[in-house]
Design a protein around this ligand. Structure first.
Ligand code: AP5
Length: 252
């Protein structure tokens, strides 16, 4: 099994030093789509561990920037954190600036999994143009689908490690000791945007701005629908089966 890639390099930006990951038999270049809380981060983590691809989450970058010790966030980043807290999208220009300066990560020999980006048609068009310029080809866009009631249940029970960002669920994926991370002993906290009032805004924002990307990628011949019910391992197996069938035939 390929060893984990260094996610910190993506979080820290272009100045960070990322060791070359082992080259897997087939580097996958994937986008994960789906409503907040559907389980994208959980699946991205399994895909990273098992396929060796680099997990690139825009939400993680913004959260990490907000927590950086001894260094005040830039005005654009401070504004971004305000949008996140309310459950709204960060402006396209801020997101694009952050992605653009990390575009080298798209060349990772292990492949990549974009989680939470793109989230608007403007972002999707910008990514398409960039990948064309960099002569890179997406393999598939995985769209995870789950009934709303189950999504709300997943979000309301989510707890995240303050230190290593591992994700748990109070009842579905509990830590061995309540409130303590199994991996690093860090404190488990509830994300600010998992409060009910922010969750409502996030769902509305998803329907308005992100759901149209399903059609965008279907038209490009890249969309792979994945039912997100069941355990993380079951969903992973479904994802892999879909990818291995390579039913997606990209159109340029
Ligand atoms: P982001 O961090 O991307 O959050 P999100 O898309 O809302 O997705 P989540 O992280 O909430 O959920 P997930 O689908 O990853 O689910 P998870 O695996 O954790 O973005 C946050 C904010 O940042 C945005 O609102 C926006 O403000 C800003 N932002 C980020 N990118 C942006 C962009 N490109 N443009 C503009 N703004 C941007 O799972 C959820 C819970 O369910 C967990 O507790 C987990 O343990 C549990 N779970 C997972 N799978 C299962 C399962 N199979 N069975 C039972 N429980 C499960």
């Amino acid at each position: 099994m390929p060893s984990a890639n260094n996610r910190a390099a993506w979080l820290e930006g272009p100045s960070a030093n990322c060791p070359t990951p082992p080259e897997p038999a087939r580097p996958w270049r994937l986008i994960l789509l789906g409503a907040p809380g559907v389980g994208k981060g959980t699946q991205a983590n399994l895909l990273r561990e098992r396929l060796g691809a680099c997990h690139l989450s825009t939400g993680d970058v913004f959260r990490a920037a907000g927590k950086r010790d001894g260094c005040a966030p830039s005005p654009a980043m401070a504004a971004a954190l305000g949008f996140m807290r309310r459950g709204e999208l960060v402006p396209d220009s801020t997101v694009w600036e952050m992605v653009r300066e990390r575009s080298q990560c798209l060349h990772c020999p292990g492949g990549f999994i974009l989680d939470g980006f793109p989230r608007t048609l403007v972002q999707a068009e910008s990514l398409k143009k960039l990948m064309g310029e960099e002569k890179l080809q997406l393999d598939a866009v995985l769209n995870y689908e789950l009934p709303l009631g189950e999504i709300v249940e997943r979000l309301s029970g989510r707890r995240t490690c303050e230190k290593c960002k591992a994700v748990y669920h109070l009842t579905r994926q509990p830590s061995q000791t309540a409130g303590v991370c199994d991996h690093c002993g860090g404190r488990l906290i509830q994300r600010e945007d998992d409060r009910p009032e922010s969750v409502i805004v996030r769902m509305e924002t998803y329907e308005r701005s992100t759901a149209p990307l399903i059609e965008f990628y279907r038209n490009l011949g890249l969309l792979l629908q994945v039912t997100a019910t069941g355990s993380p391992d079951e969903i992973y197996a479904r994802t892999l089966a879909g990818l291995q069938k390579t039913t997606v035939h990209p159109r340029s």
